[in-house]
Design a protein around this ligand. Structure first.
Ligand code: GLY
Length: 370
C-alpha cells in the first residue's frame, strides 16, 4: 500500500510517497527523475548498517548504479567539517548538475545533504528518504536545509526543496521506542496546531501506531505531511503561517540549549513539553480553556512521553535564564519573542503579544514541581 501527498509549489512541486516497502521500490520511483542511471547516496553509520543494502538493491532492480558515503551518526555531524567532506566527496564522484543525490537518514542527514545539494554546482536535485519518524513527518518536507554553527542550531542553510520524498513506514520498525516517541512529539503538534479531529484520532489510535500498527503509522505520517505541505504551499519561506510549525519550539529550543543538546532531551521530547507549556500559557492568558492543556498532558502521559520539566533529568536553570535562552531563538523579531499560542486544540496562531509575567510564572511553577 502506498499513499501519496503532493506539494504544489509552482516550479518546484514534488510527491511524498508513504508506505511500507518503499526502499525495495526506490528504483522504479526515482528512475523518472534521472537523466542517467547513477545516483549518490549519503547516509549515516546507523542507517547504513541497517538499511543501505535494501536501498541499493531497490535501485539496482531498476538498473540504477549507486555510490555511497556514510557519515558518523549524531547531531555533531551537522557542522562544517562533515558538510565540507560531503560536498567534496560529491565532486570527487563527479556528480553533475543534472544528477540526483539521495539523503538517506534522519533529520541530521536530510538537512546536511539537502544543503550540500543546494550549493553543489549552484544546486542539484535531491531525494529525501527519511528513516526516523521525526524526519518523515517534518524535516524531510518543506525544503529547510542547513547545518549548525557554534552560535546555534540551523543558523547556516538554504531553502532547497527535494524532488521526491520516500517515507518507508516499515523502516520505522527499527527505531527505539524513545526515538519513535520523540518523533511523535512532532506528529501530535500537527493536531494541536490545526486539526482537532486529527488530535482526537491520535487520542484513539496513536498507541496502536506506537506499537507497530502499519495502517495507523501510515495515516499518522500522511495526515502530518498533508498539513505540512499545505502550510509550506501557503508560506514557503516563513513570512507568516509557516511559523505555526514552531508550536512548542520556543520553549523546546531553550530547554535543548539548557540541556546542552544532549541525550537528556531529544528534540521531539522538547517539542512535546514545549507544546504543553504553550497551551498552559494560552490557558492562563484566557485564550483557551484550562481543559485543553490538561487534555494534552493526559494524552502525552498515555503515550508514556515526557510532559513536564520534572521529566527532564538533572539540573535546569531558573525561569529567568530559560527566558533569556528563548531570546536567543532565531524566531525573535525586533527583539520580541514570537510565540505560537492557541485558542483551543487545533487553533494555533502566531503572536508577539504574550504576557511574559505569565510565561515566567508557568516556568517557575513547572521548575518548582521538580
Ligand atoms: N520544521 C519547521 C519547518 O519546516 O518550518
Amino acid at each position: 500500500m502506498m499513499e501519496t501527498v503532493h506539494v504544489g509549489l509552482a516550479g518546484r512541486e514534488y510527491d511524498i510517497h508513504i508506505g511500507p516497502g518503499l526502499l525495495a521500490r526506490s528504483g522504479e520511483l526515482i528512475r523518472p527523475l534521472l537523466k542517467r542511471p547513477r545516483v549518490a547516496i549519503v547516509s549515516d553509520e546507523n542507517v547504513a548498517a541497517l538499511h543501505l543494502d535494501a536501498l541499493k538493491s531497490g535501485l539496482q532492480a531498476a538498473e540504477i548504479e549507486s555510490v555511497s558515503l556514510t557519515l558518523p551518526a549524531g547531531e555533531s555531524t551537522k557542522g562544517w567539517p562533515q558538510f565540507t567532506r560531503t560536498v567534496e566527496w560529491l565532486l570527487e564522484q563527479k556528480i553533475e548538475r543534472n544528477d540526483v543525490v539521495i539523503a538517506f537518514g534522519g533529520g541530521v542527514i536530510g538537512d546536511l545533504v539537502g544543503f550540500a545539494s543546494a550549493v553543489l554546482r549552484r544546486g542539484v536535485r535531491f531525494v529525501q528518504i527519511p528513516t526516523s519518524l521525526l524526519a518523515q513527518v517534518d524535516s524531510s518536507v518543506g525544503g529547510k536545509t542547513g547545518i549548525n554553527a557554534p552560535q546555534g542550531k540551523n543558523l547556516i542553510g538554504a531553502f532547497h526543496q527535494p524532488s521526491l520524498v520516500l517515507a518507508d513506514t516499515a523502516v520505522l520498525g527499527t527505531l527505539t521506542e524513545r526515538d519513535f516517541l520523540a518523533g511523535y512529539g512532532e506528529v501530535v503538534k500537527y493536531g494541536l496546531l490545526g486539526d482537532f479531529e486529527f488530535f482526537q484520532w491520535l487520542e484513539a489510535n496513536a498507541s496502536c501506531a506506537a506499537s507497530g500498527d502499519m495502517d495507523a503509522r501510515i495515516y499518522a505520517v500522511k495526515r502530518s505531511v498533508q498539513m505540512k505541505a499545505g502550510i509550506v504551499e501557503r508560506d514557503e519561506t516563513e513570512q507568516g503561517d509557516r511559523a505555526l510549525l514552531n508550536l512548542g519550539h520556543t520553549f523546546c529550543h531553550a530547554l535543548e540549549a539548557a540541556t546542552g543538546y544532549s541525550d537528556r532531551l531529544l528534540h521531539g521530547e522538547g517539542v512535546a513539553i514545549g507544546c504543553a507549556l504553550a497551551f498552559e500559557v494560552s490557558a492562563r492568558m484566557g485564550l483557551c480553556s484550562q481543559e485543553d492543556p490538561s487534555r494534552l498532558r493526559a494524552h502525552l502521559r498515555d503515550m508514556k512521553m515526557k510532559v513536564d520539566l520534572s521529566d527532564i533529568e538533572g539540573e535546569l536553570p531558573d525561569a529567568d535564564a530559560l527566558i533569556a535562552l528563548m531570546g536567543q531563538d532565531k524566531k525573535v523579531v525586533d527583539g520580541k519573542i514570537r510565540f505560537i499560542m492557541a485558542r483551543g486544540i487545533g487553533q494555533a496562531f502566531v503572536t508577539q503579544d504574550v504576557d511574559m509575567t505569565i510565561v515566567r510564572t508557568v516556568l517557575q511553577q513547572a521548575l518548582d514541581a521538580r
